[in-house]
Design a protein around this ligand. Structure first.
Ligand code: ZN
Ligand code: ZN
Length: 351
């Protein structure tokens, strides 16, 4: 709430579920949380009576008979809040209309103010418990990659590879995958976000696996690219440049460094190799309760890295019609540098 007051609001309506979970611990799929001094108030419905009371410690729970956001807005008016912040990035035009209609016309004007993503900023820096959870998820990902090394072979379909990986993840205890598993093989490896298809793994060529598990609510995210059969023209050289770029960016991670400087560390290696035109996305992103969070690790980003942030470093090169590859680690910003949370082997692997 202190961070909210700095922006001139005396109340905050939180409806983005990962933010609700972060602030009060409630993991249900339907909620609105109000912060307005005193105890936070969580609005949800009858499906979550027991769960909300068990999870949302230190929070008043209201089981609403009407939509939670309407009940929350009525409470906000009754509590005398004058300026209530909401997260514009996660509030639809229709939801804002619903919020306005829930309060009387005399307070409607000026009550709800777009407050930016205040909670998202708080979530960027992880505490010790969050880091512990993320370490475990990241290590589970590494174990899954080791398993996949024993499974991959020419002729398997990409969807079969994804199915094997996801099956193994669930058996290992994952609550879910953190995003749709990417398996991109052969010429399809040139697609930065090639979701798994019925294409068959080639006898010779790259296979890129980009995947993550969700554990205790937190996402993991890693990418490895391996080669089936012997390398062909230029593949090994390009791989080594991407690896060099990735390691340069990891080495650049430290508190006080800007996100743009980390991006540039990777990009400059590929530029020297004449490959930067094939590196078509940013170098990385924050990760936590959601797979994509702040900070963005991208060109010219001035945001300064802080101890406790967990980011990905994932440069790639994609040559349309030929091949592509990416290497991605999760990296914790420590007091002095960056610590890799996904220590799977990154050297060239030929299967
Ligand atoms: Zn990824
Ligand atoms: Zn990523």
């Amino acid at each position: 709430m202190a961070a909210a007051r700095d922006t001139g609001v005396d109340g905050l309506l939180v409806t983005h579920l990962p933010d609700v979970r972060y602030l009060c611990g409630f993991t249900g799929s339907y909620a609105a949380l109000v912060l307005a001094g005193g105890r936070p108030v969580l609005f949800t419905d009858g499906r979550y009576t027991a769960q909300a009371k068990a999870e949302a410690q230190g929070t008043r729970v209201v089981i609403a008979k009407k939509p939670a956001v309407i009940a929350a807005c009525e409470w906000i008016e009754a509590a005398g809040v004058r300026r209530c912040g909401f997260d514009a990035a996660h509030t639809t035009v229709a939801a804002l209309e619903t919020m306005r209609k829930a309060v009387s016309t005399k307070v409607r004007r000026g009550l709800f103010v777009a407050a930016g993503s205040l909670v998202a900023r708080l979530r960027e820096v992880k505490d010790a418990e969050e880091i512990e959870r993320m370490r475990r998820g990241a290590l589970m990902g590494c174990g899954l990659f080791d398993h996949m090394l024993t499974y991959l072979e020419p002729g398997l379909t990409e969807v079969a590879v994804a199915a094997e990986l996801e099956h193994a993840a669930r058996l290992a205890g994952a609550e879910a995958m953190s995003f749709e598993t990417i398996v991109a093989s052969g010429e399809r490896s040139a697609l930065p976000h090639g979701r798994a298809t019925t294409a068959k793994l080639p006898r010779r060529g790259f296979v890129t696996l980009d995947f993550g598990v969700m554990l205790d609510g937190y996402c993991s995210d890693m990418t490895r690219t391996v080669h089936l059969g012997k390398a062909m023209d230029g593949e090994r050289e390009v791989y080594d440049f991407v690896l060099e770029a990735q390691e340069a960016a990891v080495a650049a991670v430290a508190p006080g460094v800007t996100a743009g400087e980390v991006d540039e560390a990777a990009r400059s290696v590929l530029r020297r190799a004449g490959l930067d035109k094939y590196f078509s996305h940013s170098t990385g992103h924050g990760v936590g309760l959601e797979i994509h969070e702040g900070p963005r690790i991208a060109t010219k980003q001035t945001q300064v890295l802080e101890q406790g942030m967990v980011i990905t470093i994932e440069p790639g090169v994609y040559m349309p019609g030929r091949f592509g590859l990416r290497i991605e680690d999760m990296v914790l910003v420590t007091g002095t540098s960056g610590e890799i949370l996904t220590p799977s082997v990154k050297a060239w692997i030929e299967l």
